[in-house]
Design a protein around this ligand. Structure first.
Ligand code: PCA
Length: 322
C-alpha cells in the first residue's frame, strides 16, 4: 500500500513537472575547476531558480559530450540547444571572430571590453545567419609565455615545439620559427609529459588548471592578447521556450557576463601567485622581447587586414576609434 502510494506520488510529481520542465544539455570545452565553467554552473543554477525548475541546464564540461571543435556545429544543428566554445576558433569562417587573438591589439581586460563592444554586433549578425544567438562572452586573463628556458628575445623561441589553440597562435608560432601543434586545454599536461610540446602561450588560469609547474620553469608575462569564450544558444530551441523562460535565460546571461568579467579580472594575480608558490619563476619581459613581439604582432595584423572581410575591418576600426 505504502509502495503504491509512493509510486503514485512520484507519478503525480512527474506529471505536474513535465507540463513545463525541460532539460537542456550544454557542452563546454574546459574542466570544472576553470572559472569559465564555474561561471556557467552558476548560470545554470540561476536559470533553474528563475524558472522554478522549469528549465534545467546540464553542463557537460571538458569536451565530455562533444569535443571542443564540434560544439558550435552541435548547437547549430540542434543536437545540443546551447554550448560554449573559444570564440576565435571560428576565425576560419570570418576573421571578425579572431580579432581578440591578434597579438597586442587588446591586452588588458578593459581593452577587451572595448573590443567586445565593437565585435559583438558583428559576431551577433554572423551567428544569426547560422541560427545561433550569443548569450554571453567572457575573456580569459591576458596570455603569457610558458617555457623551460628563460626567453629574452623572440629568437629564443625558434625551434621550440609549441602548443597552439587557434589559427592566430599557429601563425605566431610559425613566424617566430617555432613548431606549432594544436592541443586542447584538457590535454596540455599529457602533451608536455610525452614531449609533444615544450612551450605554450596561455592564461595563468590554464597554467594552473594544467599544473604547468610539472613541466615548465618560467612564466613570462607578455600579456599578449585577451581571447574570449562565448556561450551561444540555438535560436529555434530558444524560441520554443515560454516567454518567461526566455526572459530568465537572458537575465541570467547578463548576470553571468558581468560575473565572468569580474572573475577574469581577479584571476591573473591569483593564479600567477599559485604558479609562483609551486616553483615557477615569474619573469617580466625584457625590452628586446617586447620589441620583438611588437614586430611579430604588426606583421600579423597586416596579414589579418589583408584577409579580413568588411565586417572584420569594421570591428577593428570601431575599436581603434575608442
Ligand atoms: N586558455 C584556453 C584558451 C585561452 C586560455 O587562456 C586554452 O589554453 O586553451
Amino acid at each position: 500500500m505504502l509502495k503504491f502510494a509512493s509510486i503514485f506520488a512520484v507519478g503525480m510529481g512527474l506529471t505536474a513537472m513535465s507540463a513545463t520542465a525541460e532539460t537542456w544539455d550544454m557542452p563546454t570545452p574546459y574542466g570544472d575547476s576553470v572559472f569559465h565553467t564555474m561561471n556557467i554552473h552558476e548560470f545554470a543554477k540561476d536559470v533553474d531558480a528563475a524558472t522554478n525548475g522549469g528549465l534545467k541546464i546540464t553542463v557537460h564540461s571538458a569536451g565530455s559530450l562533444f569535443p571542443h571543435g564540434e560544439i558550435k556545429n552541435a548547437v547549430r544543428s540542434g543536437q545540443a540547444p546551447m554550448g560554449e566554445f573559444f570564440l576565435s576558433t571560428l576565425s576560419n569562417e570570418d576573421l571578425a571572430y579572431g580579432i581578440d587573438s591578434q597579438p597586442l591589439v587588446a591586452t588588458s581586460i578593459d581593452d577587451a571590453a572595448h573590443l567586445w563592444a565593437a565585435q559583438k554586433p558583428v559576431v551577433t549578425e554572423l551567428l544569426a545567419k547560422q541560427g545561433l544567438m550569443p548569450l554571453f562572452s567572457v575573456p580569459w586573463p591576458a596570455q603569457g609565455l610558458y617555457t623551460n628556458k628563460e626567453i629574452n628575445t623572440v629568437e629564443d623561441l625558434a625551434g621550440l615545439r609549441f602548443r597552439s589553440y587557434n589559427a592566430a597562435l599557429e601563425e605566431f608560432a610559425t613566424l617566430v620559427r617555432a613548431a606549432p601543434t594544436q592541443v586542447e586545454a584538457s590535454d596540455i599536461a599529457q602533451a608536455f609529459a610525452t614531449g609533444q610540446v615544450e612551450a605554450m602561450i596561455t592564461s595563468p588560469s590554464t597554467g594552473v588548471s594544467s599544473t604547468a609547474w610539472d613541466f615548465v620553469k618560467f612564466y613570462t608575462s607578455i600579456d599578449a592578447w585577451v581571447p574570449k569564450n562565448i556561450v551561444v544558444v540555438n535560436k529555434r530551441a530558444f524560441d520554443r521556450l515560454s516567454a518567461d523562460a526566455q526572459q530568465a535565460v537572458m537575465n541570467a546571461a547578463a548576470v553571468a557576463e558581468q560575473r565572468g568579467w569580474d572573475m577574469s579580472k581577479a584571476e591573473a594575480a591569483e593564479k600567477i601567485q599559485i604558479m609562483q608558490d609551486n616553483g615557477i619563476t615569474i619573469v617580466t619581459p625584457s625590452a628586446d622581447l617586447s620589441a620583438g613581439l611588437q614586430t611579430v604582432g604588426a606583421e600579423m595584423l597586416e596579414n589579418w587586414k589583408a584577409n579580413a572581410s568588411q565586417d572584420a575591418l569594421s570591428v577593428l576600426s570601431s575599436y581603434q576609434q575608442k
